[in-house]
Design a protein around this ligand. Structure first.
Ligand SMILES: [Mg+2]
Length: 150
């Protein structure tokens, strides 16, 4: 049997607060490395937030050049809210500290990042899960929630 083909280039939507940025505005360890790796693989990074459009925060951390678009994140009715997004830009995976949106749209749930912590390796794990999903179509890591496209 031929191996199943999986989509190789993904639109990956990152939440902002407590996913990549802490309470004090600091950047979560591994964020730059993960963004760089995703771009190298041809993926597209979208940043959304329930707290507005976050280019300023991305500029401050010199991450803007990695990012395709910043959007307003829906806080409820996730499925219908993302229907408005053009087909080519729709989220394939969402990365968020809120399990509800990850469960609704598919992606990776992360532990909340509040305070600077150099030991935090959550985004390395996110990178591993994304790789796994891209090569096998699934991850058995409990942080992963299946996306309709896979
Ligand atoms: Mg958050």
């Amino acid at each position: 049997m031929a191996p199943r083909k999986h989509k190789r280039t993904l639109n990956i939507y990152f939440d902002t607060d407590y996913t990549i940025i802490g309470v004090d505005g600091s950047l979560r360890p591994g964020a730059r490395k993960l963004f760089n790796n995703l771009i190298q693989s041809g993926d597209h990074i979208f940043i959304w937030s329930g707290n507005g459009i976050r280019w300023k925060d991305l500029d401050r951390h010199k991450l803007s050049h990695f990012v395709t678009e910043c959007l307003e994140k829906p806080l409820a009715n996730f499925q219908s809210a993302t229907e408005e997004i053009p087909k080519n830009s729709k989220p394939d995976l969402v990365i968020d500290d809120n399990l509800e949106i990850v469960a609704a749209l598919g992606g990776v749930w992360v532990n909340r990042y509040y305070f600077p912590n150099l030991e935090d390796n959550e985004l390395d794990i996110v990178g591993e899960i994304i790789e796994e999903v891209k090569s096998r179509g699934i991850s058995l890591n409990p942080r992963y929630r299946k996306t309709p496209i896979f």
